[in-house]
Design a protein around this ligand. Sequence first.
Ligand SMILES: Nc1nc2c(ncn2[C@@H]2O[C@H](COP(=O)(O)OP(=O)(O)O)[C@@H](O)[C@H]2O)c(=O)[nH]1
Ligand SMILES: [Mg+2]
Length: 364
Amino acid sequence: MSGNIDKIQAPLSKPKPRVSISPTNPRQFVQNFSFHNCKRGNQGFQRLLLQVFGYTGHGLSSFINTCKIVWDNSAYNNYTKASGSYGGNTMDRLTYQLTENIILVDNRGCAVMRSHEKGEIFAQLGNLLPLGQAVQGTRGFELLDRIFKSEKLVKYSDFIVPVYVHSVGHPIFPDEMNELKNIFQAAGRLTGIYPIVVLTHKNSGFLTTVESSFRDMGVEKIFALENYTPEDHLKTRGRHEEVMKFLYEVIKNAKFRVEHETCDPVKHMHENTQFVMNYVHEREKKMEQENLEKRKAFERTWREKEVKRQEEALERERQRGREAEEDLRKKIEDLERQRSADQARHEEELKNAKKKKKNFRKKK
Ligand SMILES: Nc1nc2c(ncn2[C@@H]2O[C@H](COP(=O)(O)OP(=O)(O)O)[C@@H](O)[C@H]2O)c(=O)[nH]1
Ligand SMILES: [Mg+2]
C-alpha cells in the first residue's frame, strides 16, 4: 500500500499482550511491536516510521520493495516504482505500511549532499515535514516557511528511525566520510537514534571497505544485501534473514530509547525545529559570507586585471614613443648623411671648378 497515509489518523493501537523478546522469533517480535507494550508505556508515540535516506540511485526504493516482499512473503512487486534509470523515480516522500504500527518512508534521495539537501534531510528526520508531499530542494529560508506551514500536518506521535541506504559500488572518500559523519550525528540528535546503515548491491562492490568506513563513522548496526529487483528476484534465505534481522534491530533500537529515556515528543519536536532553524541560519550566514568573499575575490581579480590592462596600455604608449624617437633619430641620421654627401659633392664640384679655372688660365 502506498500513498499519503499520513492524512489518515492512525488508529489508536490497543495494547497487545507482551511477547517474549527473542531473536529466534523476529517476525513475531516485529508483528507485535507497539509503543504501548514498552516498559514505560508509549510516552506519546504511536507509529514507528523508518525514514530511508541516502544518495539517489543507491537502491532506497528497492530496499523498501525488498522489505515489503520479505514481510508479505509475496512475489516480486515494484511497490515503490524503483527505477532503472539513474536518478531513480521517487519524487514524493511516500509511505508504505509494514505492520499496523510500522511504516516505511521512501524519499527521492539526493544527487549530492550539500547544505540545501542536508537541511531537507534534517527537517524530515526531525519529523518537521509532512509525509506524502513532494521533496523539494529549497533555497534560502524557504525551508523554514515550509516547516512552519507544516506544523498542523505533522504528528508528534510519529517516532522516526533513520535508515541510511548506500550501495557498496561507491566507496567513501575521506572528505565525504567527515561530511556523512556530521549528517549521522545530526540524525542521531534529531531522532534520538544513530542511523542504521543498509548496504545494497552487496555482490558488486567493495563490501568490506565500505562497511569499515561506516564502522569508522560510529555506525553500530550495518546490514548488507542484494535488493530484490526486476532482474533478480529469486527468493533467497539470505535476503529474508537479513531483512528480518534489520527490522528486529530497528525495533530494538526504538524500544531501547523509549524504555530507557523519558521522552517528550512535543518538546523534542520544538528542539528539532530549533536545531533546523539554527542550521538554516548558520548555513545562510555562511553562504552570505562565502558570496561576499567571492565578490571580494572577483573585485580583486578585476582590479588586478584593470591595473595590468592600464600598465600594458602605458607600455604600448611608451613603446610607440620609443619607436617615434627611433624614427626621428633615423631621419636625423639620414639627413646628416645626406648633408655630408651634399657637402662632399659640393666640395668636389668646387674643387673641379677651381681646377678648370686654373687650367683655363694656363691655356691663356
Ligand atoms: N544489482 C542490484 N541492483 C539494485 C540494487 N538495488 C537497486 N538496484 C537497481 O538500481 C536502480 C536504482 O534503484 P532505486 O531503488 O530506484 O534507487 P533509489 O533512487 O535509491 O530509490 C534500479 O535499476 C534497481 O533495480 C541491488 O541491491 N543490487
Ligand atoms: Mg527512489
